[in-house]
Design a binder for this molecule. Structure first.
Ligand SMILES: Cc1cc2nc3c(=O)[nH]c(=O)nc-3n(C[C@H](O)[C@H](O)[C@H](O)COP(=O)(O)OP(=O)(O)OC[C@H]3O[C@@H](n4cnc5c(N)ncnc54)[C@H](O)[C@@H]3O)c2cc1C
Length: 421
C-alpha cells in the first residue's frame, strides 16, 4: 500500500514477536508501518532460538506474527540488516515519525574467562550458535556452521536456555546410541522423557555407553533464574526457590543430564594449544551473591564447552550503549539517548528470554510512543523519498510485496514432517 501525504510513518527494525506486535499497534492507529528484517523470515528467536521440539508453540507464534504483518498498512522488507545494508543515520534521514528497534538480543554474553576467546568454535560454542544449528541442521539446504554433540560436554549457565542446551545434547547422544543398537527414536519421542524411551526398550543410560553432559552453575540450584515471578517477600522467595529446584530435578530425571551447583569457571585447561577442559572454583552464596572459596578449585576434562550465560543486543554503529545495554533519554518510552525519534522494545530491552514479556513490552511501549506522537505535529516526511527507499530495498532482495507468497516460498522444511514421511 502507498503512503498518504499526511500519514504518520514508522520504521521498525525486526519483525518477530516484539516487532510484529509494535507494527500491529502502529498500523491499527493508521501509521504507514515499515518493517526492516535481517532474515528472509521475520520470526527471530521463535525460529532460531526456541528449540524445534516446541512445534505447537512455534507454529502458534508464527501464525500470530503472520497475522500482524499481513495488516494492509504494514510494508515488509526482508533480508535487510540495519548496520550492514543500511545505517541508522540513513533510516533517520527518511524523517519518519519514529524508528523502533525490535532487534532482540543476539549476541551471547562473552564468557568472562581470560583466553577463552581463542577457542570459540574450537572447543567452545556459544548458545545462540548452538541452538541455531540444532534448529536448522536437518534442512537439506542448511549452510550454517556445523557443530557436533559430544560425550561429557560442559554447559556453563543456569537459566532455561542452558537446560535446552543440555536437552539438545542428550537427545543427540541418546538417539545415536539407540541407533547403534538398531533402535529408532526421535527428538519428539525423547522430549516426553529420555527415561521413558529407555524404559520402553528395557535399557538404562549405562547400557548406552555415553557420558551425559553437565550444567555447571556458579550459584545454587535454588538461585537459578528459572521463574519469572517477582520476589517481593521472604515467602515469595521461598516459593520461587522450591519451584526452581522442582524444575531442575524434573528435567534431570527426564533427560538424564547432570547439574553441578556452586561451581564458577575460572580458567581453560589448555594442552598443546588445545582446549582440554575447564578449571572451576567452588563457591558459596550469601545474600544472592556468589563468592569463590579460596584455594578450592577442581578440574573438569571435557571435549566441548557450551556457554549459555545470556544474550545481549548486538551493538549497532551510531548508537551509544551503556556497557551492553541501550542508553535511554526517556526510560518510560525507551527513547534512545541522543535521538528525538528512535525507540527500542522487546527482548532488546527486557533482556529476558520470554515470549510473553517481549510481547507485553512491545504493546506497552508502542502505545506510549503512539500517545507521545499524537501530541506532536507530523514530521515533514517526504512520501516520495520513503516510497523510493522502500521500493529500492525490496527490489534489492527480489521481494515483490506479496508477504504471504514470500513466506510460503521461504518456510523451512520441518523435522516433524520429514519424520512423518
Ligand atoms: C534456547 C531458547 C529457548 C527459549 N524458550 C522459550 C520458551 O520456552 N518460552 C518463551 O516464552 N520464550 C522462550 N525463549 C525466548 C523467546 O524466544 C524470545 O524471548 C522472544 O522470541 C524474543 O522476541 P523479540 O521479538 O523480542 O526478539 P527476537 O525474536 O530476537 O527478534 C528480533 C528480530 O530482529 C531481527 N534483527 C536483529 N538484528 C537486526 C538488524 N540489525 N536489522 C534488521 N533486523 C534485525 C531478527 O532477525 C529478529 O527477527 C527461548 C529463547 C531461546 C534462545
Amino acid at each position: 500500500m502507498l503512503m498518504d501525504n499526511n500519514q504518520k510513518a514508522v520504521v521498525i527494525i525486526g519483525g518477530a514477536v516484539a516487532g510484529s506486535e509494535a507494527a500491529f499497534q502502529f498500523a491499527e492507529k493508521g501509521y504507514y508501518t515499515i518493517i526492516i528484517e535481517k532474515n528472509a523470515m521475520p520470526y527471530g528467536k521463535i525460529e532460531d532460538g526456541l528449540p524445534k521440539w516446541h512445534v505447537k508453540l512455534r507454529n502458534r507464534e508464527i501464525n500470530r506474527i503472520n497475522d500482524k504483518l499481513n495488516h494492509p498498512l504494514v510494508t515488509y522488507i526482508p533480508n535487510t540488516e540495519l548496520g550492514k545494508n543500511l545505517s541508522i543515520e540513513e533510516v533517520i534521514n527518511w524523517n519518519v515519525d519514529a524508528v523502533v528497534l525490535a532487534n532482540g538480543a543476539w549476541q551471547d554474553r562473552p564468557l568472562p574467562i581470560e583466553g577463552i576467546e581463542n577457542f570459540v568454535n574450537d572447543g567452545v560454542i556459544y548458545q545462540n550458535d548452538f541452538i541455531y544449528w540444532f534448529n536448522h541442521q536437518h534442512e537439506p539446504d542448511y549452510k550454517g556452521p556445523v557443530y557436533q554433540t559430544k560425550n561429557n560436554t560442559i554447559i556453563i549457565g543456569g537459566g532455561l536456555a542452558s537446560i535446552d542446551c543440555a536437552k539438545a545434547t542428550m537427545f543427540y547422544l541418546v538417539n545415536k546410541a539407540l541407533n547403534n543398537k538398531g533402535i529408532n527414536s526421535n527428538l519428539f519421542e525423547m522430549e516426553h522423557g529420555i527415561n521413558k524411551v529407555l524404559d520402553k526398550h528395557n535399557l538404562t543410560i549405562d547400557d548406552l555407553d555415553i557420558e551425559p553432559c553437565t550444567i555447571y552453575y556458579r550459584k545454587r540450584c535454588i538461585d537459578m533464574p528459572l521463574t519469572p515471578q517477582e520476589i517481593d517477600s521472604p515467602e515469595a522467595l521461598e516459593k520461587a526457590q522450591r519451584t526452581r529446584l522442582k524444575i531442575i530435578e524434573h528435567n534431570k530425571t527426564k533427560y538424564l543430564f547432570k547439574v553441578r551447583e556452586r561451581a564458577a569457571p575460572v580458567a581453560p585447561i589448555v594442552e598443546n594449544g588445545l582446549l582440554k577442559g575447564m578449571l572451576f572454583n567452588n563457591t558459596f552464596v550469601d545474600d544472592n551473591t556468589y563468592h569463590k572459596i579460596e584455594n578450592d578449585t577442581f578440574e573438569v576434562r571435557c571435549p566441548q564447552i557450551i556457554s549459555s550465560i545470556g544474550s545481549l543486543p548486538v551493538p549497532l554503529p551510531g548508537l551509544t550503549m551503556d556497557g551492553s545495554v541501550y542508553q535511554f533519554e526517556d526510560e518510560a518510552t525507551c527513547r534512545l539517548k541522543g535521538f528525538e525519534q528512535v525507540y527500542a522494545l522487546g527482548n532488546a530491552v527486557t533482556g529476558r528470554g520470554n515470549i510473553n514479556q517481549s510481547l507485553k513490552h512491545a504493546t506497552a511501549i508502542s502505545q506510549l510512543i503512539i500517545d507521545e506522537l499524537a501530541n506532536q505535529a507530523p514530521r515533514n516526511t517526504s512520501v516520495k523519498q520513503v516510497e523510493d527507499q522502500v521500493r529500492q530495498l525490496q527490489q534489492r532482495v527480489a521481494y515483490n510485496g506479496d508477504y504471504s507468497a514470500w513466506i510460503n516460498q521461504h518456510m523451512p522444511v520441518r523435522l516433524e514432517d520429514m519424520i512423518e514421511h
